[in-house]
Design a protein around this ligand. Structure first.
Ligand code: FEO
Length: 170
């Protein structure tokens, strides 16, 4: 039986990951609205990954005999005025998610919940990748975003991103 605090945090993380999916869909909407289809694609796929993360937390609770509680997902409320705004918000958001994952890890560690720690190891590694990808996007935009031709090429590059299912299977 999992510890109550660990269960609550894992359950909350389902909601946080679904919110992340909403946030990235909102960013996809912003870029679609601005005819940057590659950026819109990149964030659409990012949202699919976040949905997958939510499913993994849900499945983990189910596997442990816990019935997940599905709470309301907040509406994304960030205002994007410039193309760089979603990119910066995404990078900041990933750092916040890393803190959340570490916080759950901390709670599992405190009660010697080795199973949950092992489950979370995948997410600890994943967050490094998430932060790196978000930062790279900001850096690329800072380098090329002001020049229309370069922005077009960057948009083409981002259009090539395809969805792949997470390597963690429960
Ligand atoms: Fe679910 Fe982007 O971390």
């Amino acid at each position: 039986m999992l510890n109550e605090k660990v269960i609550d945090l894992l359950n909350d993380q389902i909601n946080k990951e679904l919110y992340s999916a909403y946030l990235y869909l909102d960013m996809s909407n912003y870029f679609d609205d601005n005819d940057l289809d590659g950026f819109a694609n990149w964030y659409y796929i990012q949202a699919q990954e976040e949905r997958d993360h939510a499913m993994l937390f849900l499945k983990y609770l189910q596997s442990n005999g816990i019935r997940p509680v599905l709470k309301a997902v907040d509406m994304p409320d960030k205002v994007f005025e410039k193309h760089i705004d979603p990119l910066l918000a995404g990078a900041e958001h990933e750092r916040y998610v890393t803190e959340l994952i570490h916080n759950i890890y901390d709670a599992a560690y405190a009660v010697k919940d080795f199973r949950t720690m092992q489950f979370l190891d995948w997410f600890v590694k994943e967050q490094l990748e998430e932060e790196e990808n978000a930062d790279k996007l900001v850096n690329k935009f800072n380098l090329f975003g002001d020049d229309p031709k370069s922005l077009y090429l960057l948009d083409q590059e981002l259009a090539a991103r395809v969805y792949s299912a997470p390597s963690l299977v429960l």
